[in-house]
Design a protein around this ligand. Structure first.
Ligand SMILES: Cc1cc2nc3c(=O)[nH]c(=O)nc-3n(C[C@H](O)[C@H](O)[C@H](O)COP(=O)(O)OP(=O)(O)OC[C@H]3O[C@@H](n4cnc5c(N)ncnc54)[C@H](O)[C@@H]3O)c2cc1C
Length: 373
């Protein structure tokens, strides 16, 4: 892998244990691990990372074809090592070499995956869903199979068009974004639409009151308001054979994008729980993927969804790889119940199903279980 190179050293009292943990974690993500632990190579899309044991530490080297891949890998490698050894002071400081020679250090620069955006317009999709269209520069990185982003929003959610831009995150020496100086809330959303020709992103916000940064931002957004967008990450939907897509309104943008991307001959079922019948919206979908709306009409979150998923009529041989798959996203407790249903009750093969908790009842995003909402 030619092109760009970054190097650093991680000081560690138990470097071998740290490398083993990192190898195991990356293998779990399906990456190829090569060589013995003392001389590890991990290939990732667009590059390779090398971890070589040294007395008292690990020599780190990343080779990548593109600057974005290099920056992603620096952040991933350093971020994981730091997370796996919280008691250590690894002291990772990247030195970067580009094709044409040394490139400037990252310290103090904005993260490579971060873009400043401004609200262009806001439309009401349904009474409880607002589509906020944002514009900005360098949005091509968002045109990816991965469809989730972290939005950086004003804590108070006030219209910010006339306010000065906040302090945006900067990179630490180890390539991590440092948010400590920015009074911004971070919330995860799906890019409902990416339009590179117009340099626009659509984000569909569920509005659930004025008391939280995400919902409040959507309720108050005006053209010209700023926000930060970081990503994209995660979120491709496994499709194998007959496919169930299920979720609540927070999953609607992801389900809508998945349906638009599906081949015309796709077969399966779509179950979407919403507050009430007014929350239904037109969705383009293959004819073999009928959409069923499940209005809560006052029932508890997830109750209707769980019941409907449990009543699904699956094709024969669903426990055989390639026959069937399921993807779901909703409130965390329901997601846990769905995961158990897909895996234990139905016996879908590992890798053929996913059920993600998109929000947690009573807890703000990022709050610890014992934390306040
Ligand atoms: C990968 C991913 C993709 C997502 N995509 C979208 C998306 O495209 N659109 C979208 O609207 N959401 C999406 N979500 C969910 C969204 O991140 C959460 O709902 C988030 O908590 C909203 O932030 P907030 O500031 O409004 O509320 P928070 O400050 O996080 O929470 C405050 C309170 O509101 C409650 N709460 C949070 N969300 C809801 C809700 N939907 N309904 C009722 N109560 C709620 C919490 O339980 C808490 O008590 C996604 C989440 C993930 C992980």
């Amino acid at each position: 892998m030619a092109g760009l190179i970054a190097e650093a050293r991680a000081r560690a009292r138990q470097p071998e244990a740290l490398v083993l943990r990192f190898r195991e974690h990356m293998a779990g993500h399906g990456l190829t691990i090569l060589g013995p632990p003392a001389d590890t190579r991990i290939d990732f899309p667009g590059g390779s990372a090398f971890l070589t044991l040294e007395p008292g530490g690990i020599a780190l080297r990343i080779e990548a074809a593109e600057p974005d891949r290099l920056a992603d890998a620096k952040s991933t490698l350093a971020g994981h090592l730091e997370a796996f050894a919280p008691e250590e002071q690894l002291g990772i400081v990247w030195r970067g070499l580009g094709e044409g020679g040394p490139v400037a250090g990252d310290l103090g620069r904005r993260p490579h995956n971060f873009r400043v955006a401004r609200v262009a317009r806001v439309v009401e999709v349904t009474p409880r869903m607002r589509r906020v269209t944002v514009t900005g520069q360098g949005f091509d990185r968002f045109d990816a199979e991965m469809m989730h982003v972290k939005l950086l929003l004003p804590e108070e959610g006030t219209g910010s068009g006339t306010a000065p831009e906040p302090r945006w995150p900067v990179l630490t020496a180890s390539g991590q974004p440092d948010f400590s100086d920015c009074a911004l809330a971070r919330r995860t959303y799906t890019l409902r639409r990416v339009d590179l020709a117009r340099s626009e992103l659509d984000i569909d916000f569920v509005t659930h009151g004025d008391g939280s940064p995400g919902s409040r931002f959507a309720l108050r957004a005006r053209p010209g308001d700023w926000l930060g967008v970081a990503g994209p990450g995660g979120g491709n939907i496994p499709l194998q054979g007959w496919t169930l897509l299920a979720g609540d309104e927070t999953a609607l943008p992801a389900i809508a994008r998945a349906l638009e991307a599906m081949p015309a001959g796709a077969r399966g079922q779509v179950l979407i729980e919403v507050a009430d019948a007014a929350e239904r919206q037109p969705l383009a979908h293959p004819p073999g993927m009928p959409v069923t709306w499940l209005p809560r009409d006052g029932a508890a979150h997830g109750e209707r969804l769980l019941a409907a998923v449990r009543a699904v009529d699956w094709p024969a041989g669903r426990d055989q790889p390639g026959t069937a798959s399921a993807w779901a996203a909703c409130e965390a407790a329901t997601a846990r119940a769905l995961r158990e249903h897909f895996g234990q009750a139905l016996g879908l093969p590992r890798g053929a199903f996913r059920a993600a908790g998109y929000w947690r009842q009573g807890l703000a995003e990022g709050a610890a279980e014992s934390g306040a909402a």
